[in-house]
Design a protein around this ligand. Structure first.
Ligand code: OAD
Length: 238
């Protein structure tokens, strides 16, 4: 595979690497993606489950869905793609992992230099006093959960229509702009502002390497579009 060899050389030479991951990197760990075959948004409506309006309307329903996802994610372990990114982080002087995933598998694998654009399913936030805290219990005993102050707790994730955590896009853009190689792994790259990092990195001079089982809107404009499962391709790329 000439493309893989060339991409491998490009990555080996790079001192500065930024990576954008999406649900596809966790697919081989058994966590369903959002779009494509078997995607969550085929069977569930995002408007009913992943918006502030849905939570205001029916917090218990939203929490039941998040509780179900917590249960299934808790059974999953990092796969060779998550592990390969830890090795890359150790190897490169400048490295930033930008993830849209909330599943915590990058943390479990051992990634450290990470920006979680869409938050973390293992964190809670109080809708009343604003405090936030970790909660790793796969199943929450009582839904909806509450904060110590008595306020209603919500999942520590970003929902559709909500802003990303303050300042995080600036940091992600800085990483993308200073990267020699920008890796895009397992994302359909249709949700903004995250998806905008791909053309931004390219315009800023990075070589963009995409790994995906399917083609995306960016496959035609990246430097290398490697098609296949991340758990197989990423270890080969290093
Ligand atoms: P998607 O479900 O939209 O896309 C997953 C991508 O992974 C698809 O392009 C698949 O082709 C690809 N894929 C599947 N299995 C793969 C594998 N083994 N190896 C490599 N690629 C694989 O997920 P995201 O792009 O992460 O946001 O979705 C972005 C955001 O939309 C999510 O963070 C979430 C979602 O709604 C919120 O909930 C706010």
């Amino acid at each position: 595979m000439a493309d893989l060899d060339q991409a491998r050389r490009r990555l080996a030479e790079a001192q500065s690497v930024a990576v954008l991951t999406g649900a596809g990197i966790s697919a081989e760990s058994g966590i369903p993606t959002f779009r494509g075959s078997g995607g969550l948004w085929k069977n569930y409506r995002a408007e009913d489950l992943a918006t502030p309006e849905a939570f205001a309307r029916d917090p218990r329903l939203v929490w039941e869905w998040y509780n179900w996802r917590r249960e299934s994610i808790a059974k999953a372990a990092p796969n060779p793609a998550h592990q390969a990114l830890v090795k890359l982080e150790i190897d490169k002087p400048h490295f930033t992992l930008i993830t849209q995933n909330v599943d915590g598998l990058h943390d479990l694998a051992g990634s450290g230099r990470m920006l979680k654009l869409h938050g973390d399913i293992w964190r809670m936030r109080c809708t009343s006093c604003g405090s936030n805290w970790p909660d790793r219990r796969p199943t929450l005993p009582k839904l909806p959960p509450h904060c110590a102050c008595g306020g209603l707790a919500r999942p520590g994730v970003v929902w559709f229509g909500e802003p990303l955590p303050e300042g995080i896009m600036k940091e992600a853009e800085h990483a993308a702009a200073s990267a020699h190689v920008f890796l895009v792994i397992g994302t359909s790259a249709v949700v903004y502002p995250a998806a905008g990092l791909v053309p931004f990195a390219k315009q800023s001079g990075a070589s963009v390497i995409e790994i995906n089982t399917e083609s995306t809107a960016f496959s035609g404009s990246v430097d290398f579009a490697l098609q296949g499962p991340a758990g197989e391709l990423l270890p080969k790329l290093l």
